[in-house]
Write a protein that binds this ligand. Structure first.
Ligand code: MLT
Length: 402
């Protein structure tokens, strides 16, 4: 089940002097869509019945295109975080005709009682929206450290844990999850990304790594081959610092061992400010040309659109949290020589401008016995840009681990 889509028309009295739907009306249409959703589910009085009121605490709206009188807008709503007394909804509005994205928004609510004190989110509301998040097929939801994470698990055999980068989600490993038969492929959405919960606070390399350890406990896996791309690599380093004995093999893809430079740290803060003001769509616009091989960008619009949508759909809280986690991460260069004896593969896209092949070469040289593979025709995202070549090089490496 997914939360129902709601169609609402734009009326002339909701528009400004130029005939555009005005900002106040946008907010009220988003609100109406939420109440309509409740009307079709547990009832509009679901909060009043429980003596709670969902008070709006924070709103981030990204206006993408104008809407005019007579347009019919289709509102989609998803729950991106659910806590004891608070929850976050992401809503999008598209023009029904042509499906143009008009606006997307994130709303953070805190339930309060009559005296204004925080009170639990009504159980009926929770059950209703959680039913919409019931995963299908190979995707499970597991509760770790108070956060509900989505994790895809496929196949039997030695476990391989795929850790995605920023601001992506587990679907970046689609081809590798589908293609690596003979292994138990485990691909979670990190907290704050994909279908996992996106709490407002509580991000950092230590907690991302601890989430992974807890996920493996829940799935009954003591040992894994750990495969991290970019930020996923930073998390892999952190995991190794704490749970080295649980790692049988290591794949470091388009990542780096250095901490951020002072300038890099300032850029993280600037990106967080951009996300707060312009939403994840603004981050997607600036990052898209940086993560793809220029040829992918120019010649493969479907690949570019898949990557752009993945980034634009990441909740703002998850984007801001990941930026702080990356800004504050410690260096891992001193860890590299200590990995002697751990089968390690370093992979880099030939046209990766963010973590260039030279950096991958230096990292591979610092890890005793590490192999290096450079993937032609890929930038920062070989699993998506060159899926078959990436899966093949992983298969070779996995086959070499005794
Ligand atoms: C990633 O892909 O995870 C990011 O590009 C990493 C970073 O910004 O350092």
């Amino acid at each position: 089940m997914t939360l129902p889509e709601i169609d609402l028309p734009v009326y002339p009295d909701e528009c400004d002097a130029f005939g555009h739907l005005n900002q106040a009306s946008f907010l009220s249409l988003f609100e109406r869509a939420r109440w309509e959703m409740l009307r079709g589910g547990p009832g509009m009085d679901v909060f009043t019945r429980a003596g709670a009121w969902p008070a709006l605490r924070k709103t981030v709206i990204d206006y993408r295109a104008a809407a005019f009188p007579g347009d019919v807008l289709r509102f989609q709503q998803t729950l991106t975080h659910h806590g004891r007394t608070s929850f976050t909804m992401r809503q999008t509005a598209r023009r029904v005709h042509g499906e143009t994205l008009i606006a997307s928004a994130e709303f953070v609510f805190v339930c309060i009682d009559r005296d204004g004190h925080p009170t639990p989110v009504p159980r009926e509301f929770t059950e209703y929206v959680n039913a919409s998040r019931t995963p299908t097929g190979d995707v499970q939801r597991l509760m770790v450290h108070g956060v509900s994470l989505a994790v895809e698990v496929q196949g039997e055999g030695p476990a391989v844990l795929f850790v995605h980068g920023y601001p992506f989600d587990r679907t970046m490993w689609r081809d590798q999850i589908d293609g690596l038969e003979g292994y138990r492929r485990i691909a979670p959405d990190l907290r704050g990304m994909g279908q996992s919960d996106a709490p407002d606070l509580g991000y950092g390399m230590p907690i991302y790594a601890a989430d992974l350890a807890a996920l493996l406990d829940a799935l009954g896996e003591e040992e894994v081959i750990l495969c991290g791309l970019s930020m996923g690599g930073y998390i892999a380093f952190e995991f190794l610092r704490h749970w080295r004995a649980r790692v049988r093999g290591l794949i470091l893809m388009d990542t780096r061992a250095e901490a951020d430079t002072p300038e890099g740290r300032r850029n993280r803060d600037a990106a967080a400010a951009l996300a707060r003001e312009g939403g994840s769509a603004a981050i997607a616009e600036t990052m898209l040309p940086r993560v793809l091989d220029p040829k992918t960008l120019a010649q493969r619009p479907q690949v570019a659109e898949r990557v752009r949508a993945m980034m634009a759909n990441t909740p703002v809280a998850g984007v801001v949290g990941a930026l702080a986690a990356m800004r504050d991460r410690v260096e891992s260069e001193s860890l590299l020589p200590t990995l002697a004896g751990l089968p390690t593969l370093v992979v880099a896209g030939e046209a990766d401008g963010l973590t260039p092949p030279d950096q991958a070469r230096t990292m591979a040289q610092a890890i005793p016995g590490a192999r290096l593979v450079i993937i032609p025709g890929a930038g920062h995202l070989p699993p998506i840009e060159q899926p078959a070549a990436t899966t093949a090089c992983l298969r070779d490496f996995l086959g070499s681990i005794g």
